[in-house]
Design a protein around this ligand. Structure first.
Ligand code: PDD
Length: 280
């Protein structure tokens, strides 16, 4: 079962896939992306991811190239060729190949790349015992709601976390915790589920939306509001959400133990509910 790529209309083994040195994605990070995962061979919340991709495209003035049905057909064909029941499917759209110049080329031939890779599940121990995270200053730009391929601050932050033996780095901006390098952030504060509000400072996560809807349906008190670092450190529970992370309990922030140091009751229940939605 190989990893598969689709590059500007052609399907191939990922190991054989190439893009031009003149592609603006490589030259400037001028592009956007999405990650969709499959559960048991089905694309999970494909429409939501495609909608967010379209919003990202609009935000950077990039043509959206394919119709929904064409995207679906490409993704399904690439995924079928891989044969993986549980896969990570990345879509990347760049402003294509053009002689290097910061301003947009007169005629844009968008670069379209889809990759399908085997999904390595998180270590069960991490899920059972909970993760530790560190906090880092948020050095990102002012439009973190756009899912751009410019990920250098995220890369640096995640590496800092790994070097510290932590799972994730949480960005802190003006004393408020925002999100992780590749995850959204939730806390349970005085019995209420709290998560930073949507806006230019965070990615509007698809998993975040699902968790909010799930919590509301269960009648859990929930608020979208800013969380200070002090509030996070004093929270009863903390968890991360993301396409591959799903819902992951956090038991340590910057060496400070959260709650009783074990995955919290609300987090565990939300995760159980979430898993139900991934089954056919
Ligand atoms: N990242 N915040 C950031 C900065 C992210 O990069 C991601 C996702 C999320 C969670 O969003 P969602 O629930 O839609 O996956 C939040 C993916 C996993 C990635 O970059 O690979």
């Amino acid at each position: 079962m190989p990893n598969i790529a689709f590059v500007n209309g052609r399907f191939m083994a990922l190991a054989k896939a190439r893009v031009s040195v003149e592609d603006r994605g490589f030259q400037f990070g001028d592009g956007i992306y999405e990650l969709i995962r499959t559960y048991g061979g089905r694309l999970y919340h494909f429409k939501d991811h495609l909608e967010r991709l379209e919003q990202s495209a609009q935000a950077i003035g990039l043509p959206f190239v394919y119709s929904t049905s064409r995207w679906k057909a490409v993704l399904e064909k690439a995924h079928a060729q891989s044969g993986y029941p549980d896969a990570k499917v990345y879509i990347q759209i760049t402003r294509g190949e053009a002689p290097r110049d910061h301003s947009f080329p007169k005629k844009v031939h968008a670069g379209v790349i889809v990759t399908v890779r085997k999904l390595a599940p998180l270590r069960p121990e991490l899920r059972e015992k909970g993760a530790s995270v560190i906090t880092v200053p948020d050095l990102r730009w002012g439009r973190c709601d756009i899912k751009t391929i410019n990920l250098l601050p995220n890369v640096m932050a995640r590496q800092k976390a790994r070097s510290a033996g932590a799972f994730e780095a949480i960005f802190v901006r003006d004393g408020l915790v925002m999100e992780g390098a590749g995850t959204n952030l939730f806390a349970v504060i005085q019995g209420r589920i709290v998560t930073p509000p949507k806006g230019p400072a965070i990615l509007p996560g698809i998993t975040r939306d699902l968790v909010i809807a799930q919590a509301r349906e269960a009648g859990d008190p929930l608020m979208e509001k800013g969380i200070t670092l002090e509030e996070l450190l004093a929270a009863g529970e903390v968890f991360l959400t993301g396409t591959t992370t799903e819902i992951l309990p956090v038991v340590k922030v910057d060496e400070k133990t959260i709650g009783d140091g074990k995955p919290g009751r609300i987090t565990r229940r939300l995760y159980r509910q979430f898993l139900q939605t991934t089954r056919p």
